[in-house]
Design a protein around this ligand. Structure first.
Ligand SMILES: Nc1ncnc2c1ncn2[C@@H]1O[C@H](COP(=O)(O)OP(=O)(O)OP(=O)(O)O)[C@@H](O)[C@H]1O
Ligand SMILES: [Mg+2]
Length: 234
C-alpha cells in the first residue's frame, strides 16, 4: 500500500489493527507524520494511545496493517531493531531500572550507540534540560520522585538520539512550568521529530474508543470523555 517515495513522510501507518488476545484495541488506524513535525494523539482513557506507541516501538505486534518508517516496514521488526532505526520511546509507567542510578539509566538509553563524544554531549544536554537529574545522577532511579522519574524516562529516550521520539503522557507528574518550558517550547533538534501525547502541537489525532481508528486533523482538536470530539481549539 505504501511506497518508499517522499509522499510517505517520515512515518506512515495504514489500517493498523492490534489485539490483546481476543480484544481489539486498535482498529484500522491510519496516520502519517512528516519529518520535523510534532504530532499529538489525544483521547480518553482506554482509547488506545499507549497501544499505538507500544506497537510502533515493537513491544506489541500488529494483527494487520502496516507501519512504515522512512520507507521501512516495522511491523515484523524487534524492539531492538526499531531502536536501531532511530525510534525511542518514553513509555507510560516510565519502566526505569529502579536499582540502577540515574546516570546508568541514561547511559542505557545510548546502549546501541558507539559515538562516545556525541553521547557525552547528549548527556550534557539532558542535564541542561533536567538539572535535577544531574544533581541526582548517582541516586538509584527507584528512589526518585514521580516527576523526577518522568524526567529520567524522557532523558533516557533522548539519549538514544532518536529521529522519532515517542512520549507517552510526557507531562504526567511534571510541574506545569517545566512542561511549558521544556516540552511545549523546546524545538526539536534539526532532523528530529517528536511524536507525542502532548506538546508543541502542529497537528493532532483524536483517538476514539471502539471506533475505527484515529481521526486526522489539520489543526489540534480536543477529544472529550469517551473519545467524542469536542471541537477544534480556537
Ligand atoms: N495487556 C493488556 N491486556 C488486555 N487489554 C489491554 C492490555 N493493555 C491495554 N488493554 C486494553 O486496550 C485498550 C487500550 O488501552 P491503552 O492503554 O492503549 O489506552 P490509552 O489510550 O493509553 O489509555 P490511558 O489514557 O488511560 O493511558 C483498553 O481497553 C485497555 O483496557
Ligand atoms: Mg495510555
Amino acid at each position: 500500500m505504501s511506497s518508499t517515495n517522499g509522499r510517505d513522510g517520515m512515518l506512515r501507518i495504514d489500517n493498523l489493527s492490534v489485539y490483546y488476545g481476543g480484544i481489539q484495541a486498535l482498529k484500522d488506524v491510519s496516520l502519517h507524520l512528516e519529518t520535523g513535525e510534532l504530532l499529538a494523539i489525544i483521547g480518553a482513557n482506554g482509547a488506545g494511545k499507549t497501544t499505538l506507541l507500544r506497537t510502533l516501538s515493537g513491544v506489541l505486534k500488529a494483527r494487520s496493517g502496516s507501519i512504515r518508517f522512512e520507507g521501512k516496514e516495522l511491523t515484523r521488526l524487534s524492539p531492538f531493531d526499531i531502536v536501531a532505526l532511530g525510534i525511542a520511546h518514553s513509555p507510560e509507567g516510565r519502566q526505569l531500572f529502579g536499582g540502577l542510578t540515574v546516570l546508568e539509566n541514561l547511559k542505557l538509553g545510548a546502549v546501541q550507540r558507539t559515538d562516545r563524544a556525541a553521547i557525552e554531549q547528549d548527556l550534557a544536554r539532558t542535564f541542561e534540560l533536567f538539572p535535577v537529574l544531574k544533581e541526582r545522577r548517582l541516586q538509584r532511579a527507584g528512589t526518585l520522585s514521580g516527576g523526577e522519574q518522568q524526567m529520567l524516562a524522557i532523558g533516557r529516550a533522548l539519549m538514544a538520539r532518536p529521529r522519532l521520539l515517542l512520549l507517552d503522557e510526557p507531562s504526567l507528574g511534571l510541574a506545569p512550568l517545566l512542561v511549558e518550558r521544556n516540552i511545549r517550547r523546546d524545538r526539536p533538534p534539526q532532523g528530529r521529530t517528536r511524536h507525542a501525547t502532548a506538546g508543541r502541537t502542529k497537528r493532532a489525532y483524536g483517538a476514539e474508543r471502539g471506533r475505527s481508528g484515529l481521526r486526522d486533523g489539520d489543526r489540534p482538536h480536543q477529544v472529550a470523555r469517551y473519545g467524542r470530539r469536542a471541537g477544534r481549539q480556537p
